[in-house]
Write a protein that binds this ligand. Structure first.
Ligand code: FES
Ligand SMILES: [Fe+2]
Length: 401
C-alpha cells in the first residue's frame, strides 16, 4: 500500500511509462491534436514521452500508432496512408489501423503476428482528437461542458515562440494556471490580490474568487477550477465598451499536455456564444513576442516580458527550472490552491499505484460533465442563503489582505 506521502516529487512529476506519475497521467484521456490538423498526411505526436503518429486513413478512421516502424525504425510520419492503415515509406511494411502488420513486400511471410506495434484508442470530440495511453479498458471519454455545450468553438494549441508551450515539467504549467495571485502581480489583471477559497471538488480544485468587478450594489463570486490532472477551466468576460451593452461570456478550458519530463504545451478551447468577429487573440501575442525590441545590454533569456501575458507566464514557469525543486520553496497562504492541487495529484498518483481509479476518471459514461464555471452575481442585499457563508468568508479575507 503506497501512501501519498511516500512519493518523492520525482515520482509524482515524471511522465515515463511505468513510473508512478506516468501511470497516473495515463489514466486520463488527452487531446493530442486539433481535429483540423488531421487531414491527408500523418501528424507526429509526442505525449508522455512517447513518440507517435496520428492519421485518418482513407476510410476516414483515426489511428494513433508508435512513430517508429517496427522494421528498421523509420518514422511513420512519412508513411503512405492506406484504406485501412498506413504503409512505411522506407521498405513498405504496412500496418492496419490497429497496428497489426499486414504486409511486408520484401519478405516471403507477409504478416508478423509476434510484433506488437504500439496503438492507442483515439476519439474526436469538440474540435480535438483525444487519445488514451493507459491500461485497458479505456475509461469513458469525459464530455466536459466546453466540448459539447452550445456555442462557437475555437480550438488552439501552444506556440513555442509566442508562449503556451513551455520548456519545463507539466506540473509547473498547471500550478501556474491554478495560481490566482500572479494574475494581480505578474499580469496586472486585478488591482490587488482577490480573496479566494479553494475547495476539493469532484473533478479537481474548485476556486471561488471574490470578483472585484461586480456591478455597483452587487456582489459577485467567480467560479473557476483546475480539473484533474491538468485542465484549467474558467470563463472570460468581454465587458462592453459602451454602458448598457451586454457583457459577453466566453467559456474556456486549457489542457497542459505533458510532452515529456521537461516540456509541455497547451491545448485550448474557447466557446463563444456565436462566431467572433475577429479570430481569438492567439495570433496576436505570437506577433507581439516576435516584434519586441531588446535593449543591447539585456542578457535575460526572453528580454522584456512585461505586458505580454503569455510570455510573462512562459518566462516565470521556465525560469523555475526544467523541473523545479519544490523542496527549496517557501509557499505561503496565497499558495493554498496550489498546495491543494498538489495534494490531490499526489492522492491520485498513490491511488493508481495501489490499483485504484484516481479522482477525475469517469466510472460511467456521462452525456455532459458540468464543471459549473462562471460568475454568480447578486444584489448585495439579496444573496441567497446557500451563498451567504462563502461570501462572508471571502469578504472577511478581503478585509485582511
Ligand atoms: S523501416 Fe519501415 S519498412 Fe523498413
Ligand atoms: Fe498567467
Amino acid at each position: 500500500m503506497i501512501r501519498p506521502s511516500d512519493l518523492s516529487w520525482d515520482e509524482v512529476v515524471r511522465v515515463g511509462a511505468g513510473t508512478p506519475g506516468g501511470n497516473y497521467l495515463r489514466s486520463f484521456w488527452w487531446p493530442v491534436a486539433l481535429a483540423d490538423e488531421v487531414k491527408d498526411i500523418p501528424v507526429p505526436v509526442k505525449i508522455l514521452g512517447e513518440e507517435l503518429v496520428l492519421f485518418r486513413d482513407l476510410s476516414g478512421h483515426l489511428s494513433l500508432l508508435g512513430a517508429y516502424c517496427a522494421h528498421r525504425r523509420a518514422s511513420l510520419e512519412y508513411g503512405i496512408i492506406q484504406d485501412n492503415g498506413i504503409r512505411c515509406a522506407y521498405h513498405g511494411w504496412c500496418y492496419d489501423r490497429t497496428g497489426k502488420i499486414v504486409d511486408r513486400p520484401a519478405e516471403p511471410i507477409k504478416t508478423a503476428p509476434n510484433i506488437n506495434h504500439p496503438c492507442y484508442p483515439v476519439r474526436e470530440l469538440g474540435g480535438f482528437i483525444f487519445a488514451y495511453l493507459g491500461k485497458r479498458p479505456a475509461p469513458p471519454l469525459p464530455r466536459y461542458d466546453v466540448l459539447v455545450q452550445d456555442g462557437f468553438r475555437v480550438v488552439e494549441r501552444g506556440d513555442p515562440d509566442g508562449g503556451k508551450a513551455y520548456k519545463c515539467n507539466w506540473l509547473q504549467g498547471v500550478e501556474n494556471t491554478t495560481d490566482t495571485t500572479h494574475l494581480t502581480y505578474l499580469h496586472g489583471i486585478y488591482k490587488s490580490c482577490p480573496a479566494f477559497k479553494p475547495v476539493e471538488g469532484d473533478y479537481g480544485v474548485k476556486l471561488y474568487i471574490l470578483e472585484p468587478r461586480a456591478q455597483p450594489g452587487h456582489v459577485a463570486i467567480r467560479k473557476r477550477g483546475t480539473v484533474l490532472p491538468t485542465i484549467n477551466r474558467k470563463s472570460r468576460e468581454l465587458y462592453p465598451k459602451n454602458p448598457g451593452e451586454p457583457t459577453t461570456t466566453l467559456q474556456q478550458a486549457i489542457w497542459v499536455i505533458p510532452i515529456d519530463d521537461t516540456h509541455c504545451e497547451e491545448m485550448r478551447i474557447t466557446v463563444y456564444p456565436e462566431a467572433p468577429a475577429e479570430k481569438s487573440y492567439h495570433g496576436g501575442y505570437v506577433k507581439q513576442a516576435k516584434q519586441r525590441e531588446r535593449k543591447s545590454y539585456d542578457r535575460r533569456f526572453y528580454g522584456e516580458i512585461r505586458g505580454n501575458v503569455p510570455l510573462e507566464d512562459k518566462a516565470m514557469v521556465e525560469s523555475q527550472g526544467a523541473i523545479v525543486d519544490r523542496n527549496l520553496e517557501h509557499p505561503g497562504w496565497g499558495d493554498r490552491a496550489i498546495l491543494l492541487l498538489r495534494k490531490m495529484i499526489r492522492d491520485g498518483v498513490a491511488a493508481v499505484a495501489n490499483g485504484e481509479l484516481p479522482k477525475g476518471v469517469l466510472k460511467e459514461d456521462l452525456a455532459m460533465v458540468d464543471l459549473d464555471i462562471g460568475i454568480e452575481q447578486y444584489p448585495a442585499d439579496a444573496v441567497p442563503q446557500s451563498r451567504q457563508e462563502l461570501l462572508a468568508e471571502l469578504q472577511e479575507q478581503a478585509a485582511q489582505i
